[in-house]
Design a binder for this molecule. Structure first.
Ligand code: C5P
Length: 322
């Protein structure tokens, strides 16, 4: 079989609420995740030597079992029962690393989809989703993508408006020298906020329902139908909540400074950190407004050393394109 190409997009968190601590040591979360069109590419070719080899255009990334792509390949191969299956995988990286954009999780999801195709395994989406959850909390979302409510440790998904393409755009920034370890961010959250953690299933259910019926989901619903011409102006977005932002911002200067910078941008709908950071974003009704904001802030962004991207919301998770 010939080579296949998989697009592996990043995500942002439009809501990240830490509800409590679970018996398995993970945090119980209530989130809204959104795929964006900033994406890596995986090129996959089958081989018959039983080896899964990875190459990457970013030398700082591991290409052995320290990379989630290789772990995804080994898991899928073990599940298939065919020890002779091998693959050469090339990763072209565009998503910033260690940024809270789920780049590694998205790459793992892309590897599952791409290898399932080149090996002709015909695994069902539910089987891939179960393997995805084993690889990491964000991997199931990355498989499915779009706009989703994510509960549990992040792997319990409820799609939002799946039929309507989202229309919002964002200015995304990250300081190239800053990176935040996800376990560190959750550990710090536990140190600072454990006294306020909920413990009761009833309370968890109530918080999930508050998100489903709250102003963010209502605003996204209207914003996403703006492309139909039904509603020209999106509902105002409420202030976005990310509980990790409160614990990361005091410790990471680029997060503090970047949030203050983005707040100054004209026409922003909302500003927040994504995941455990340190990437930050401002939302806009159109890509043109995001580009305009980037141009207006160009001197300040340059002076502070930020990298910046203008992107759009995307309705798709990882996808085979060739
Ligand atoms: O699942 P994943 O490998 O992405 O998680 C990385 C780390 O982030 C976990 O080991 C844990 O420390 C923390 N985490 C958490 N609760 C979650 C997700 C992640 O505490 N729901």
């Amino acid at each position: 079989m010939a080579e296949r190409v998989v697009v592996s997009p990043a995500k942002i968190n439009l809501h990240l609420e830490v509800l409590g601590l679970r018996l398995d040591g993970f945090h119980e979360l209530s989130m809204v995740m959104q795929t964006i069109d900033l994406a890596d590419t995986l090129v996959l070719r089958p081989s018959a030597d039983g080896l899964i080899s990875l190459s990457c255009d970013r030398p700082e990334l591991p290409t052995d079992a320290g990379n989630l792509i290789v772990r995804a390949g080994e898991l899928l191969k073990a599940r298939s029962g065919f020890a002779e299956l091998g693959a050469e995988i090339e990763l072209r990286k565009r998503i910033p690393i260690g940024a809270g954009l789920a780049g590694g999780s998205s790459n793992a999801a892309a590897a599952l989809v791409g290898l399932n195709a080149i090996w002709g395994l015909g695994m069902a989406p539910t089987e891939l989703a179960a393997m995805a959850a084993q690889l990491g909390s964000d991997v199931p979302f990355c498989l499915a993508g779009g706009t989703q409510l994510c509960f549990g440790r992040g792997e319990v998904l409820e799609p939002l408006n799946p039929a309507v393409a989202p229309s919002l755009a964002l200015l995304l920034i990250k300081h190239p020298q800053a990176s935040v370890s996800t376990p560190w961010a959750y550990g710090r959250c536990r140190e600072l906020r454990a006294d306020f953690y909920l413990t009761d299933d009833h309370d968890f259910r109530q918080r999930r329902e508050a998100l489903r019926t709250g102003p963010l989901v209502a605003a996204l619903g209207v914003a996403t139908s703006a492309t139909d011409g039904l509603q020209a102006d999106p509902l105002p977005l409420p202030r976005l909540r990310n509980d990790l932002q409160m614990v990361v911002a005091p410790e990471v200067p680029s997060v503090r400074d970047g949030l203050a910078l983005l707040q100054q941008a004209p026409q922003t709908l909302a500003v927040a950190m994504s995941g455990s950071g340190p990437s930050l974003f401002a939302l806009f009704a159109t890509l043109e407004q995001a580009q305009n904001a980037r141009a207006r802030l160009a001197d300040e962004l340059d002076a502070a050393g930020f990298e910046a991207w203008c992107c759009r919301f995307s309705a798709q998770g990882v996808s085979l394109v060739a």
